[in-house]
Design a protein around this ligand. Sequence first.
Ligand code: SAH
Ligand code: SF4
Ligand code: F3S
Length: 481
Amino acid sequence: MMSERSDKMITPNLIEAKKRTNNDVLIKTNEYIVKENLKQLGFNKKYFIKTYGCQMNEHDSENIKAILEDMSYTKCDNMEDADLILLNTCAIRENAHNKVFGMIGRIKHLKETKPHIIAGICGCMAQEESVVNEILSKYKWLDIVFGTHNIHNLPNILNNAIEKQELEIEVYSIEGDVIENIPVKRDSKYKAWINIMYGCDKFCTYCIVPYTRGKQRSRTKEFILDEINQLISDGYKEVTLLGQNVNAYGKDLNDNYRMENLLADVAKTKIERIRFVTSHPWDFTDEMIKVIKENKNIMPYIHLPLQSGSNNILKLMGRRYTKESYLTLYNKIKEALPYSSITTDIIVGFPNETEEDFNETLDVVNKCKFDSAFTFIFSPRNGTPAAKMEDNVSLEEKNKRLQILNKLINKYTLEANESYLNKKVPVLIEDYSEKNKDYLIGYTDTMKLVNVDAHPDNIGKIINVTITDVKTWSMNGKIEN
Ligand code: SAH
Ligand code: SF4
Ligand code: F3S
């Protein structure tokens, strides 16, 4: 049981965050409680939350919104109007950090004129020892800091900060449990994120996630399937199964139920669209490919991070596959699912990456012709093994490599999109385009963004669209009657 009230700050600890034991993961179903006297804490008050980082953080923010609304806070979209400001942060690269500290500066300014504002940070940066030390030395005027393991305790954390009128820090550097029954206020009425596992045990040498999110913990299938069945009865069309490494789903549970079994069972619920992210190439099994092929409601879209095409660099990254085994897997997927789109993540400028190593990456890109890719310059993260390696590729060289890589990726993205011209594809229509209200936007089964002529009746439906025009980042289409 987490303490409800403690006058001692609980701050993150890098050594603890690294630890992995064989202790059983506890499934806790009764952790989230809003005490009677806190149900009106946010009466007549507005909250503003800004989310950085991955889908998992987006989903955590959906939980935070629901918790705050259970305490009578109402949402506002303008930070200037808020009584409570939360930044749900990401620690994956330095620029994510910098953005957050920039925002903290703006909040300080706001608090100078409206001192009643309660402001805080949560998410992955809050789990970092160095970040919390920085907050303690330079930003003590913040009100709350809480981590990824105790979102459910937000009512008490918030109340403590308000009562004490000083910075309340509650961050646990633990392997973590599985907390069920946290409420959720979903951003979409048609698409839903579903956590199927938390944490990560891969410890890729550059990555901070295993330290900020704890050990790999799979949710049991009953909770996952119940959540999906509820979503179906609420009219949802699409679920995305979330985890840092979803293909390893179930490996930490004491049975033989794995990702392929879960995918098959989720398909049986008859939800119209199933997606899953992220797939680590190491755990992608033939059985999974078979299940994806056999079930029309599992979308032909796979995000398969490559990181590097050089075996030397992959080894230094601790990725557990080689260029050759990645290509074998890629070809196996494409053979079984020729229509599928495959996207990737690539890091350039990892320590010791030579021109030759980089060319190996380009070679894989030329062979795979990815539908698209997220590309990054290596960013050393405090406490990770790669941060101790000599960061010996010059910034100029890193930028040059990123540019060359992006140009090649964009060429293949456009080529992939061109193959859709004049074809009829199913699109889940989501909303009006923010850029141009004459259009609606939606995604194909293969995750391509499509603009179509607006007719509000189509929102929330999966409609056949004929593609009339393609660009690198989006396509235009017309709805077939
Ligand atoms: N669990 C996912 C990755 C999550 S992080 C996986 O294993 O594929 C998303 C992406 O951020 C990673 O795929 C990687 O390309 C990038 N990334 C992670 N740490 C990074 C770092 N220190 N510097 C630059 N990019 C990084
Ligand atoms: Fe990070 Fe690797 Fe885990 Fe992905 S698999 S979250 S890159 S440690
Ligand atoms: Fe960022 Fe944490 Fe996600 S570091 S990418 S928000 S798991």
